[in-house]
Design a protein around this ligand. Structure first.
Ligand code: FMN
Length: 193
């Protein structure tokens, strides 16, 4: 009998710790906190309308199929970049490296309706679309939107697009949203709109 009880206690102590909902620890927005645990990279998505160039910071970008190669981006309908992508049907994206904070600041907080985000900036024009690729970045991808695959997601549209061309700009680690959040206070904010 004694022996049995010892075995029972051991079994209980080896059981996995119960999951404690975060709400019980006094954190009020568990859904928001959980969503922040989704991993993202950071990108500058650009487009053009004739000679006019614009771009924005974007975290909602991912490869969706390998054959054919397609990526998807989530873009707010109020953004000037949304207007340019919708009208031109093309965009390019620069994959930011861990030195990309100044470009997030330049492209992510103000609209091209107020400022020329390309003034004084180094950039290339991508071969197939003529969309700007901002420097410094670690890679670029240029794309044509498949309009029949665009999804209206309310405030944003999800554009699915064929990859027309891409290349490496220089070696480096991609900038993740988590790394950006953890380090942005360490980088001088002089660049920010
Ligand atoms: C870190 C970061 C990530 C962002 N991700 C997105 C995104 O995925 N989609 C989007 O529509 N806007 C995103 N934004 C907001 C746009 O970059 C911002 O509204 C920009 O000013 C729009 O510029 P535009 O009007 O010149 O196109 C992000 C901003 C930051 C700072």
């Amino acid at each position: 009998m004694e022996h049995d009880q010892t075995r029972k206690r051991t079994a209980i102590s080896e059981a996995p710790a119960p999951v404690v909902p975060i709400t019980l620890r006094g954190i009020s927005d568990p859904v928001g906190l959980a969503l922040f645990k989704i991993t993202y990279g950071l990108y500058i998505v650009t487009s053009r309308l004739g000679e006019r160039l614009n771009g924005q910071c974007c975290n909602t970008l991912f490869q969706i199929t390998e054959n054919p190669r397609r990526i998807a981006i989530g873009i707010n309908k109020k953004n000037l970049t949304y207007e340019y992508i919708t009208k031109s049907g093309v965009f390019a994206t620069t994959v930011l490296g861990t030195d990309g904070h100044p470009l997030v600041g330049r492209f992510g907080y103000r609209s091209g309706r107020e400022i020329d985000k390309f003034a004084g900036l180094s950039y290339l024009l991508a071969e197939h679309t003529g969309c700007p690729v901002v420097l410094p970045g670690i890679a670029f991808i240029e794309c044509r939107v498949r309009p029949e695959m665009t999804v209206d997601a309310g405030t944003h549209s999800l554009f699915v697009a064929d990859v027309l061309g891409a290349g490496i700009l220089h070696d480096g680690e991609p900038l993740t949203y988590a790394y950006y959040r953890a380090t942005k206070s360490l980088v001088p904010q002089t660049y920010k709109g």
